[in-house]
Design a protein around this ligand. Structure first.
Ligand code: ATP
Length: 324
């Protein structure tokens, strides 16, 4: 392997730039050429490539988003699109690629590998932390810190006005952000996609909080929480059952995906980038690099895609105890 391509694909997440920097510099360290592929698989199809040396990634370790841009590519879903992408890689003499993205991006890489026997390695980049084979995905820690910081601010206004706030955080299928940021920010209740605590229980718990002297409450709700109600419907429900409460809603949205990566994400990105390139140099392919028991480890892409990354249910109990 003499030339490695690197791309970011799917939704962006903080730490992607730090991972690009790591891939580029690890290539330079091993005297290998590195090519940046712009706009994910779409850029691969269009041949949107640029040579990257160690100085082309100066001052990006602290930047959110991705300098290579990201995209979702419908064309890459078709054999014709992938053939174009492969022709471009061959023309540019790229021998392997590292894709930084989520499970969709890994599925694309795997399909591509099967078709063309092309070496690929994945780095998990998504704030949702919903990928099997790593305790942390890139951007997750930063997103947690962002959410906690915002909830702290919401709490200031909640406690000044005796209000109940429903705060919606990202997580359509996974409650990692809600659960951890909820505990970190001292939420009274946390609603996640993995467990339906029931609406009566929610009201009961809020009643109990009030009786024990709490004048304001914060309920953190993951987008895909299992009650099936969104934050506005939850507000209506609680207002109906607890008319004395002044209920407000805050939907955090895309701000959770932005911002400068935390130190943890920068270090993780640096470690995963080194392992990704060095694994390709050892002729390993179809793996995802991740963090398992604090060590960088490889998981077959197929497992990373299919496996389910469970939330730690013990955290629900911790949250319950903390909100007594
Ligand atoms: P996010 O965490 O934001 O969902 P993701 O990597 O899962 O990130 P997707 O939009 O699902 O994001 O996938 C990114 C791209 O990967 C798609 O736009 C497509 O180009 C490619 N891809 C996904 N699934 C396949 C597939 N089955 N075959 C070929 N390519 C695919």
């Amino acid at each position: 392997i003499k030339k490695i391509g690197v791309l970011t694909s799917g939704g962006d997440s903080p730490g992607m730039n730090a991972a690009i920097r790591s891939v580029v510099r690890t290539c330079a360290f091993h005297n290998i050429e590195c090519i940046g592929i712009y706009r994910g698989y779409q850029g691969m199809i269009e041949g949107d490539f640029k040579e990257m040396g160690p100085r082309s990634v100066n001052n990006i370790v602290n930047k959110g988003g991705t300098i290579l841009k990201s995209a979702r590519s419908k064309e890459f879903m078709s054999p014709e699109g992938r053939k174009k992408a492969h022709d471009n890689l061959v023309k540019a003499e790229i021998d392997a690629f590292v894709v930084i993205g989520g499970d969709g991006s890994f599925t694309g890489a795997l399909v591509f590998n099967k078709e063309f026997d092309f070496p690929v390695i994945g780095i998990p980049g998504t704030i949702d932390n919903d990928i099997f084979g790593t305790s942390h995905t890139l951007g997750y820690d930063t997103a947690l810190n962002t959410v906690v910081e915002v909830i702290d601010k919401i709490r200031d206004t909640a406690s000044s006005h005796n209000r109940l706030f429903f705060v919606e955080v990202m997580g359509r299928d996974a409650g990692h952000i809600a659960l951890n940021a909820g505990i970190g920010a001292g939420a009274e209740e946390i609603l996640i996609p993995e467990e339906d605590l029931g609406l009566e229980r929610l009201v009961e718990s809020l009643e109990k909080s009030k009786l024990t002297g709490k004048s304001s409450s914060i309920v953190v709700v993951a987008e895909g929480d299992k009650t099936g109600k969104n934050v506005f419907e939850l507000k209506e429900y609680v207002e109906e059952h607890m008319p004395e409460y002044d209920v407000r809603v805050s939907v955090l949205g895309h701000m959770q995906r932005g911002g400068s990566p935390s130190c943890f994400d920068r270090v993780l990105a640096s470690r995963l980038g080194v392992k990704a390139v060095e694994s390709l140099l050892e002729n390993k392919t179809n793996f995802m690099v991740g963090l398992i028991n604090d060590k960088v480890a490889l998981t077959p892409l197929e497992q990373a895609i299919k496996g389910h990354c469970e939330v730690d249910k013990e955290l629900l109990r911790v949250s319950d105890i903390m909100s007594i």
